[in-house]
Design a protein around this ligand. Structure first.
Ligand code: ADP
Length: 248
């Protein structure tokens, strides 16, 4: 029960990695604010956490919208009296296109959610943590935040930005009791991945050294470790969770 009596906000918690992280944190005693732009997905995750004996509430948020991250922090503090940590996880992919094929809209969408959204989250959370003597933040980067990926120029650039912001925040606030890390997942079997045709799923799975993508829980377990006091001497690390994919 590493998160007993503590409160966490998790963005993109209506699906996939964020949902698995919310359930993991709640299963270890943490109170979770499920933040997502998908109201029905968020409500479902809250009710599943509550059915399992946990405590959670839902806040509608668009991480790319100015002010929403501040409102999320206020919700946690007003409702539960405290905020101990955050997982900035909400994200979107981009259509497979080479750089010369990408529209300005393709670029802006992935950057406004995946990078500006993390900046807004960090800014709001850090401002609060500075007033209470510390806190923990875990960002969702990607293997594509550490090297190129075919047809993913906008996403690669945004996730490299998340990696940079994570390192920057870590060094700027290490003496303020604020730890900031990121996980960098490889291929994950998210609901979106599971919606691909079976042959496409198999083709992607075969590209993995271990022959399969990660289950969202296998990423969430690492996030929970980073969020917990077990990782008390970690800040600024970008933790790859990819079963050797990056060694190919
Ligand atoms: P993954 O598991 O890789 O994070 P998913 O697509 O399963 O991928 O989950 C991403 C979650 O982030 C979804 O629940 C989605 O609704 C949410 N999301 C996407 N864009 C935003 C946004 N701008 N603000 C808040 N939540 C968002």
């Amino acid at each position: 029960m590493r998160f007993s009596d503590k409160v966490y906000v998790i963005t993109g918690a209506g699906s996939g990695i964020g949902e698995a992280a919310a359930k993991k944190v709640a299963s270890e005693g943490g109170t979770v604010v499920v933040a997502d732009m998908d109201d029905s997905a968020g409500a479902r995750v809250v009710s599943e956490i509550e059915a399992a004996g946990g405590t959670a509430s839902f806040v509608h948020i668009d991480v790319s919208a100015e002010g929403d991250a501040d409102r999320l922090v206020r919700h946690a503090v007003d409702t539960y009296g405290r905020l101990d940590g955050a997982i900035n996880n909400a994200g979107v992919g981009q259509p497979v296109k080479k750089i010369h094929e990408m529209t300005t809209a393709d670029w802006d969408r992935v950057h406004s959610v995946d990078l500006r959204g993390v900046f807004f989250g960090l800014r709001a959370q850090i401002a609060h943590f500075l007033t209470v003597g510390g806190g923990v933040i875990v960002n969702t980067a990607s293997g594509a935040g550490l090297k190129a990926a075919p047809g993913q120029g906008g996403y690669v650039a945004a996730k490299h930005g998340v990696v940079g912001l994570t390192k920057q925040a870590a060094i700027e606030y290490v003496t303020d009791g604020i730890r900031v890390t990121a996980v960098a997942p490889g291929l994950v079997a998210t609901p979106q991945f599971r919606s691909y045709p079976q042959d496409a799923q198999e083709m992607y799975a075969q590209l993995q050294p271990g022959g399969r993508p990660a289950e969202p829980e296998e990423i969430a377990n690492v996030m929970a470790f980073l969020l917990s006091d077990d990782a008390s001497f970690m800040s600024g690390e970008i933790v790859l969770v990819d079963a050797a994919q990056s060694q190919k």
